[in-house]
Design a protein around this ligand. Sequence first.
Ligand code: NAP
Length: 275
Amino acid sequence: MKKIGIVYNQKPLSISYAQQLKAKLPLYGLTEISVGETPDYVISVGGDGTLLSAFHQFQSSIDQIQFIGIHTGHLGFYTDWLGSQIDQVLQGILENEADSVSYPLLSVDISLANGQKHHILALNECSVRSHRKTMVCDVEIKGQFFETFRGDGLCIATPTGSTGLNKSLGGAVMHPRIEAFQMTEMASVNNRVYRSLASPIILPADEWLILKPDPSNEWIDITTDHLFWADQTIESIRLELAKERIHFASFKHMHYWNRVESSFIANLKNDSNYK
Ligand code: NAP
């Protein structure tokens, strides 16, 4: 019997759909997971933010799970289904087990000055920022010094995260099938004395980045997706594409560029009411 995890936000509509899902699972021969169990499928009900929470909740067994996103606001980048399509979602799980797509994740290895080490996966991005003073940070690419960045911070995004914070920073929107990751700058200082590239860069799957903040930067904030660690003293952060990938059930096909268009442009020419 397939095991289902259900993650939802606290909007009344999301709670209502989650309750309907729970009630319908047995009708389809499916069962909700108990605490500590690994699900075969995780259904998130809410927005992209809810799917990010679900991803982090099940990160340790990510390769065994397929995700399905039901949206209760606007169409998202990780959420394809409407609440009115719960029966189609559950029927799809029974009939289309093999239909899945997988996308790259970012591996983040943080070494703190106190000797602690942390490893985490990011679905959208990792950002490294200083709010108290200019962040000064050496950037190495594949073991070679590249630049000393000075500014507010750096954002390192996955292809699926490229439409999130990365896009607001002027990064390129990347098709999620591209095996690469992207670094964008936040408000870099560029003048005759200090210089960084001042453009987003896209790195291939066999390269890695190491960020080494200057030891004078004692209060660095790190985010991975919606998670936040304030005022860290960092020795280095290594970023690269992860061995693990996120898997989505793909029995509803959605053209990626249609999703980008409807999220960011909403061109009237594509609206059936537009004459
Ligand atoms: P949040 O309030 O949960 O999310 C901020 C907005 O970003 C929401 O509208 C969310 O969509 C959307 N979003 C999340 N992932 C996305 C993606 N891959 N592509 C396009 N839009 C996406 O904010 P948070 O908890 O601080 O951070 C969660 C994520 O939001 C971050 O990983 C970051 O990528 C994004 N974010 C973007 C900006 C920005 O663009 N300036 C600022 C902060 C955060 P839903 O409404 O569907 O949840």
